[in-house]
Design a protein around this ligand. Structure first.
Ligand code: GYE
Length: 303
């Protein structure tokens, strides 16, 4: 599991210039994540330089380079995809600027950043598949389609791996088609429309996030079928709109992925700025929900 962080030292954060390069604004998860990081920065009086890459790695690299030129105290970012970060991370290291990864991982050498704070996406995929295995225990065949997240991103790669860890060898589960919907509602809807036109007998949708699952619901309803009944849906995130669809019976199960990373990000930043050692991996604590549990959890949900 992930290690513990020392408590925040507010003096380290007060006025600290921290550059944060965000992925974009593709999903409800991302909006909640951005809001939480901005609100937590404000709480600690951090001088947050926030940029959004709009899903474009080249843009994200350019903004990290700008942070390096500006000489910020620390750089944090959520990498759009896993590969291609070595050279910009080397640059930050040469400039003596510490880097913290939040939310998504990279395949670079861990000596190039201080820590990676975020979920265990493989475990999320395993939880989704474990639910499906149980839900379809009595079925002889399950025709599945997959709405993948952004191609090359850590959550898309790992949620696929996690699913396959549990069900990859189970011949009963047949993947009719698997395609990226880029983590957006619109992407999920369009890809699902294509799947529905081609495959009349879909039993299950595995969507790598809620937004794509919500798009799939629209496509399924437009095709005259009942989401959650005719076609079952399992997703990851547990943002408000996803939880509402779950409580309404249109989604069948959601594995939680918390976007509330602000507190851990600034606790880690505070420790790094104070010159303290921190754990190389910090894992977010998360749960999972069925329809009844969603109804119970919704009133107190922050995002
Ligand atoms: O699941 C999805 C978002 O990186 C964990 O990105 C994040 C994922 C999240 O677009 O909704």
């Amino acid at each position: 599991g992930g290690g513990e962080l020392p408590p925040v030292d507010p003096a380290q954060l007060d006025g600290a210039v921290i550059g944060f390069a965000q992925v974009g604004s593709e999903s409800g998860w991302r909006s909640a994540n951005t809001d939480d990081i901005k609100a937590t920065a404000e709480k600690y009086n951090v001088d947050l330089q926030f940029t959004s890459a709009e899903g474009d790695q080249a843009k994200q690299i350019a903004s990290i380079k700008t942070f390096i030129t500006q000489g910020v105290d620390l750089i944090a970012f959520s990498p759009v995809v896993e590969t291609g970060w070595d050279s910009v991370l080397e640059e930050a290291k040469t400039a003596g600027i510490p880097v913290i990864l939040t939310d998504r991982a990279v395949d670079s050498d861990p000596s190039l950043y201080k820590t990676f704070i975020g979920s265990d996406f493989i475990k999320e995929g395993e939880k989704a598949a474990t639910w499906a295995k149980d839900e379809f225990a009595d079925a002889s065949e399950v025709n599945m389609v997959v709405l993948e997240g952004t191609t090359g991103s850590a959550p898309a790669n790992d949620r696929k791996t996690g699913w396959e860890n549990v069900l990859g060898a189970d011949a009963k589960f047949k993947t009719l088609a698997s395609q990226t919907g880029d983590f957006t509602r619109d992407g999920g809807k369009k890809v699902m429309e294509g799947f529905l036109a081609k495959y009349p007998d879909i039993d299950l949708v595995y969507a790598h996030n809620d937004d794509m699952g919500l798009g799939a619901i629209e496509a399924i309803e437009a095709a005259g079928k009942v989401p959650g009944k005719d076609i079952k849906i399992v997703t990851v995130d547990a943002v408000k709109a996803g939880m509402e669809a779950l409580a309404a019976g249109k989604i069948n199960y959601i594995v939680e992925c918390s976007p509330l990373l602000g507190e851990q990000l600034f606790a880690a930043s505070s420790a790094v700025l104070a010159g303290q050692e921190i754990p190389a991996r910090i894992i977010t604590i998360e749960g999972e929900f069925d329809q009844e549990q969603a109804k119970a959890a919704l009133p107190d949900r922050k995002y």
